[in-house]
Design a protein around this ligand. Structure first.
Ligand code: ATP
Length: 199
């Protein structure tokens, strides 16, 4: 069974477009969800993190204090490297598990991820689709969805792959700076192309 990567920067519309593929019967695995699942209480990854940073990294319920962890790795690049070398293989293994369900009834499955090209996740996919919007639209949509300031959103965008580079690497591009009815038509077209090219 084929795996199709669906990627784009923060607030570009990955979740929205995954749901449109969902209406065509396509199942998806969200890499952000998997990244949270692998550090839930009781996992060996969370145990390793608490062993490394101390139990202060856990909240009162024994769950990972993400804000605290973000602050630490933001200030100390070597801690970020440590954390990434722990988590990337664990996330990858769990992604592979979820992307290959037994007796899968659909022609392909989507891997929805902001970091398809930035990590080795691109090695998991047979085809990649980029959700593309101008940076200003990304900023406006993220600010109206979350409580982030413009400055915070701009910093996240600056840390992600530049728009042009992402577009260059895509097998297909969905222009999400359009009304949803038009985006839905594009999703149908890309779906047909994937079926012809891959399945
Ligand atoms: P993140 O990586 O930050 O999780 P995302 O790429 O999954 O974001 P979405 O959450 O799907 O992006 O979209 C960001 C915001 O933009 C949401 O509030 C969504 O409703 C809105 N949005 C998405 N597509 C469109 C569109 N074509 N027109 C108007 N608003 C849109």
């Amino acid at each position: 069974m084929a795996i199709v990567g669906l990627t784009g920067g923060i607030g570009s519309g990955k979740s929205t477009i995954a749901r449109l593929f969902g209406e065509l019967g396509i199942h998806w695995v969200d890499a952000d969800n998997v990244a949270r699942e692998v550090v839930e209480p009781g996992t060996s990854a969370l145990e390793a993190i608490a062993g490394h940073f101390g139990s202060d990294i856990l909240d009162a319920n024994g769950a990972l204090d993400r804000a605290k962890l973000r602050t630490i790795v933001f200030e100390a690049p070597e801690e970020r490297t440590w954390l990434e070398s722990l988590l990337h293989p664990v996330i990858r293994e769990e992604l592979i598990r979820q992307l290959h369900p037994a007796d899968y009834p659909h022609p392909y499955v989507l891997l929805v991820t902001p970091l398809l090209y930035e990590t080795d996740q691109h090695q998991l996919v047979d085809y990649s689709v980029v959700v593309d919007v101008p940076v200003e639209v990304q900023i406006e949509r993220t600010m109206s969805r979350d409580t982030n300031t413009r400055d915070q959103v701009e910093r996240i965008i600056a840390a992600q792959m530049p728009r042009e580079e992402r577009r260059d690497r895509a097998d297909a591009i969905i222009d999400n700076n359009r009304p949803l009815a038009d985006v839905e038509r594009q999703v149908h077209d890309v779906h047909k192309r994937i079926l012809v090219d891959l399945v």
